[in-house]
Every structure is written in C-alpha cells, then in structure tokens.
Ligand binder design. Structure first.
Ligand code: WT7
Length: 634
C-alpha cells in the first residue's frame, strides 16, 4: 500500500492510519515526497524521548516558502493566495494572487537582508492582522531568519520578555491597530518594550492607521519607504530540515512563557498534510480561519498549511461582533467561504446574541466547519451545526497544541463519524495513548486517562528556546518514553477521543492559554499591597474558563474596589488585557497543607460555586480559613 497525500473516505483513513503506524518511516517518506526539496533526506527519522532528541528528514535541504509560493507560480500564479477583509466592512478588501504574494515576500525579504538580518537571526513580529503580517512571516522564512510572532494583545512588558528570551535582532511592527470600535497603539507598545531590550538593532514599521508615531533615528524605518528600492526577487535560503523555522511563546504551569521551537522540514510536511485532510480543501475553495497569526492556529492554518496546498486563505482584521454580531456570516457570504474554522468561545459569544444575525445570511458556500482551542460544549456544537452549517456541514473538532505544530485528533471533513464535543480519531501518524497515574497505558475503550503520545510526528516541538532541560521536564519526564500533553481525555465505546481539559496548572480563557503562576506573579508584582495570591480557573459561559484570583493583602483592604482595579491594572501591564482576572476575592489566608502547598482543588471548587463537597480538609494547616473563603466567595 502507498501513502496518499489526500484521504477521500473513512475506509481510506483506516487503511492509511494502519500504514502510518506499522511503517511510519515509509509513510512519512512518501507523504514528504509531495513537496519540493532542494536535496532529499538520507534518513526519514531518528528519535528518542529521553533527552528528547527528534529529527525528521535528516540532512534534507528545503525552503518552506518555495513550497508555499514558487512551486505554485506555474499552475496557480494568477490564483488568489490571500484575501484580506478589513476591520471596517466599508473599507476596501485586498486580494493577492500567488504571483503578487511571491513578489511582496521577496521584496520584504530583501528589506530584511538590507538591514543585516540573515539565516538564524531572530525577528520579533508584533502586528495587527494585515497582509503585511503574513508577508513578514514568509519574508523571514525566505531568508532563514527565525520568526517569533507575538500576539499584538500582549503588553509591552510581555513583548520585552519574549524579545529578550530569544535576543531578537529586529522587530517588525505597524503604527496602530483597528480592532472593532477600538484604536489600539502598536508602535508605541514596541517603543515601551524596547526600553528594556538591548538586542534589537532595527524596527520596521508598516503603515496601517497613518498615525503620527515616534521614529527613532537610526533604528526605526518605514517599511513602505524601505521597499522602494529593493529587488523583486529574493533567492530562497537553503535550510536544513532541522534548522529552526520559528519560535512561538506559550504558557506552561510554571513561571514565564517558553519559546516552543519548530523546525523547517517536519513542520512543513505536517502542516500541509493535516490542512489538506482535515479541511478537505478543493482547488477552487476559499478557506477562512478566524484566529490571529499571533497564535499557532494562525501560523499553521492561516499561513503555512493553506499556502502549502495552493489554497486561497482569508485573513480577517476585525472581531466577530463588529459592527454587529453578523460580521462572520457577512464575510462568509461576501467572499464565498467554503471552509470556516473558529473557536468555541466565538461561537458561544455569537450564540448569546441570538439567531437573527446568522439567519440574515445565506451561508450557501459553506462545506466544512471547524473548531479549535478548547472543548466545545454540546449546546454550542449544536448551534454551530444547525444555524451555521444548516445541518449539512460536517464539523471538525480539532485537538492540538502549540507544541504539536498541527492538528492531532480530528475528523476529516465529511469522512469521519461525528459526535458532539468529541475530537474523534487521531490523524494518520499520530499515536495517542491514555496513561494512568503510574504512566501505564490504559487499553480498551470507554476509558479515561492522561493524554500522551508514544511516537514522534513530523511537526512536534524540538525544544524550548535556550532551555532544552525545560522541554524535557515539561513534556518528557512525567511519563517515561512519552510526550505528555497536559490534557486529560476519554476514549468512548467507539474509540473516539473527547478532550476533558488541562490536568496541570494551565487555564484556557477564550482559547488563550495562561499559567496560573504567570498570573499570580503579575498580581504579586504589586508588592506594596499584595503579599500572596492564588489563581484558578472556573467555568465561564462565554470564555470557557474565567480567571478567579484569591488575594492576601498586606493591610486589610479599606477600599476593595479600588484595590481590585489596581490589581487588574498590574496584570494588564505585565501580561495584557487578555489575562485580566474576572473575579478577585480578598482573603486573609489560603488553604495550605502542613508542608506549605496551596490546595488548589479546594480553591477551584469554591470558585466553581460548589462548596458542598470539598473533600478532606483535615490535613490543612488552618482549616478555618476555608470557611472564611467560602463565606466570601464571589
Ligand atoms: C490546549 C492547547 C492549537 C490550537 C489552539 C490552542 C486545548 C485545543 C482543543 C479541542 C479541547 C482543546 C487543550 C490543549 N485545546 N484544542 N479541540 N478540544 N481542547 O493552542 O494555546 O497551545 O493550547 O488547548 O487543552 O492542550 P494552545
């Protein structure tokens, strides 16, 4: 049997899955041969999960942008690569063909080169969702520079931490951001961040809002001016399969965010393959993923996955509720969107605004609907299926992570059985297992356990930037010989996976991932008022999880509302608006064990509003504090 790049039925999926696990190296070798390589690999895979050390397509040479752009020029030069829909529906949208995108990427790459950026240099990108963001990402890849996109909702402080962690040489940004009814500074945030960064030599500024921003002589340059006198072609840098393609920061259960590292060859192979199969993209389709490129979803399924397949990818600058809650559906109709990929939190927010908005649009073009980022509750799944998909579009509930680089468990649009709130079956090449507390595999169906992977896949993370030990400890040390996801999952009677949620101290707010320790550190940085804090997630109707903070103050709070506002302000400064606590409860103590460990289980229960069964509290240092917290719960 041969590996097929595109699967066309469930039977074929089963065959391909079998092949991919019985002969993984043959399987991935054959899939990889669908791409353009400058030099083939000597060996498909070398791996061990102890260090860990994983290498795919050893010693092969490639450039991912040749596969995203150059390769399509002959057949699809005049096909649309990118459609850009602005924040304001009255503003003109942008369409770019593969030929145009190729040229823009080459020109921007030449600007980067002119400013001394080369292979291996790190470039931070802090931008709104405009075409120049996609172009900047690809321009880095063109010359072998490592991009580190930072979501433009992060604060100056968070941006500076990320720039410093990987000592970026350049920042690419824009003057300002339009997002819904808001006008948000962008260059100003970069200026603030750069006060504490020494590695950055150059800042390139794209014009979006035409605001009068400050330009620092010898450091800051307008992109449109720099583009005036550069060549229209830029040769693609030959990259080793295992050279770094990008860094993307994500939160874990401890301390500061870590830079997840993805490499060129394996990431390319899996991003393209998973896109083709999950979304069942056909040549003339228009595909739209509503994520921001600042997250992994945007990297793999706005930029790389679609372009690797010669698809038309739509990029949206705005928000689902501007100018009204019909905006997503208006854009679907306007551009004839065939595959639509969004997050449960967006569906729930729109659901709360009523059906009228969605019923005003035809949505005839839709074929496949996708969801990602957090578990989707049945109510939201049904609403999506009935009102958006008109009960004729399969829903793919795609489970994956920043670290996995691509979709791991999901239906293949239209071919796989569907069950609400279930991601379903693993993609070919993906070997999930459920583990018990001791790290033993749990066999059979109708089982629950810790979700782990027992075999490598091409787009898995290779390391965490600058700290390989951390990669090992976070993902490969909990259970020997496995990649541990941090999620709990259930396998139903038919072997379909349902993701239950994180089992570590990571919370998922509107599909955005935060470590509780990260938020606590931000709260505690208010050290003239706060002496200690504990943060937990609690169920939230729209966001999935909300942030509940228990805070011990140095003095009893006389004006709690003012204090709350101050604490929120610090979190906004340290991390960004997306990490604002929803509830802050002032307490005089926290439930701790005699060894000083905070019993988060109890705090989570109280935050959930379920105080009937708090379990055994007798081992607590001060059991009375639980009654106080219960009485003051918000
Ligand atoms: C965590 C990863 C990669 C996509 C964006 C989030 C949760 C993701 C699902 C899903 C249930 C999901 C998991 C995972 N998650 N997709 N379809 N069903 N949970 O990426 O920020 O790296 O977060 O998001 O808990 O571990 P991320």
């Amino acid at each position: 049997m041969e590996a097929k790049f595109r699967i066309n039925s469930f039977e074929e999926y089963e065959e391909q899955y079998k092949l991919s696990t019985e002969r993984p190296e043959d399987f991935w070798g054959q899939i990889a041969s669908n791409y353009q390589w400058q030099k083939p690999w000597d060996k498909t895979l070398e791996w061990e999960f102890d260090s860990p050390d994983v290498k795919w397509f050893l010693n092969a040479k490639l450039n991912i942008t040749e596969n995203c752009l150059d390769r399509h020029l002959e057949k699809r030069g005049n096909k649309l690569a990118l459609i850009w829909e602005p924040n304001d529906p009255k503003e003109r949208f942008v369409r770019m063909t593969y030929r145009e995108l190729h040229e823009e990427v080459c020109r921007t790459a030449n600007v980067l080169k002119k400013h001394g950026v080369g292979k291996g240099d790190r470039v931070a990108i802090y931008m709104p969702m405009i075409p120049e963001l996609t172009i900047a990402v690809l321009a880095c890849a063109r010359i072998g520079a490592v991009h580190s996109v930072v979501f433009a909702g992060f604060s100056a402080h968070a941006l500076a931490d990320r720039i410093n962690d990987s000592s970026c040489k350049m920042v690419i940004t824009a003057d300002g951001i339009y997002r819904g009814a808001k006008e948000i500074p962008c260059k100003g945030v970069v200026d603030e961040a750069l006060k504490s960064c020494t590695s950055v030599e150059t800042v390139l500024v794209t014009e979006r809002t035409r605001w009068n921003v400050q330009m620092k002589e010898g450091r800051d340059y307008w992109m449109h001016q720099e583009l005036l006198d550069v060549d229209r072609f830029c040769p693609a840098e030959p990259m080793d399969s295992e050279d770094m393609l990008f860094i993307l920061y994500t939160s874990g259960s401890t301390g500061k965010p870590k830079g997840v590292v993805h490499t060129c060859g394996g990431y390319m192979v899996y991003a393209g393959y998973s896109f083709a199969n999950v979304f069942q993209y056909d040549e003339s389709d228009v595909y739209w993923c509503t994520a921001d490129i600042g997250w992994i979803t945007g990297h793999s399924y706005i930029v790389y996955g679609p372009l690797l397949n010669g698809a038309t990818t739509l990029m949206f600058e705005g928000v689902p509720t501007y100018p009204d809650a019909g905006r997503f559906w208006q854009v679907c109709d306007k551009h004839g969107v065939n595959q639509f990929y969004t997050a449960p939190t967006a569906i729930r927010a729109l659901m709360a605004k009523g059906e009228d908005h969605v019923l005003s649009y035809g949505l005839y073009s839709l074929k496949v609907l996708g969801t990602v980022g957090e578990p989707i509750n049945e109510e939201a799944w049904e609403w999506y299926h009935i009102h958006v998909g008109k009960e004729k579009c399969p829903i793919v509930d795609t489970w994956w992570q920043t670290e996995t680089g691509g979709i791991m468990i999901s239906g293949l649009g239209g071919h796989s059985p569907m069950r609400p709130s279930h991601a379903g079956y693993p993609l070919p090449g993906i070997q999930p297992v459920l583990l018990d507390q001791e790290g033993k595999e749990i066999d059979g169906n109708d089982q629950e356990g810790y979700l782990a992977m027992r075999f490598p896949w091409p787009s898995m993370l290779r390391t965490t930037y600058g700290d390989h030990e951390r990669c090992k400890n976070t993902y490969f040390s909990h259970y020997n010989g496995y990649y541990f996801t941090g999620d709990g999952a259930r396998r139903d009677d038919k072997g379909m996976y349902r993701i239950i949620g994180r089992v570590d101290d990571v919370i998922n707010v509107s599909g955005h991932r935060f470590g509780t320790a990260e938020i606590e550190n931000a709260i505690n940085s208010n050290d003239h008022i706060v002496s200690e804090s504990a943060v937990v997630g609690y169920p939230h109707d729209i966001k999935g999880q909300g942030i509940y903070a228990y805070v011990i103050t140095k003095e009893p709070p006389t004006n709690p509302d003012k204090l709350r506002a101050e604490i929120v302000e610090t979190v906004v400064e340290e991390i960004g608006k997306i990490a604002k606590p929803d509830k802050i409860q002032f307490v005089s103590g926290l439930p701790k064990t005699r060894s000083g460990k905070i019993m988060r289980r109890i705090l989570r229960k109280i935050a959930e509003g379920d105080t009937s069964n708090l379990g055994d509290t007798s081992t607590l240092l001060d059991p009375d504090v639980v009654d106080e917290i219960k009485a003051g719960a918000l």
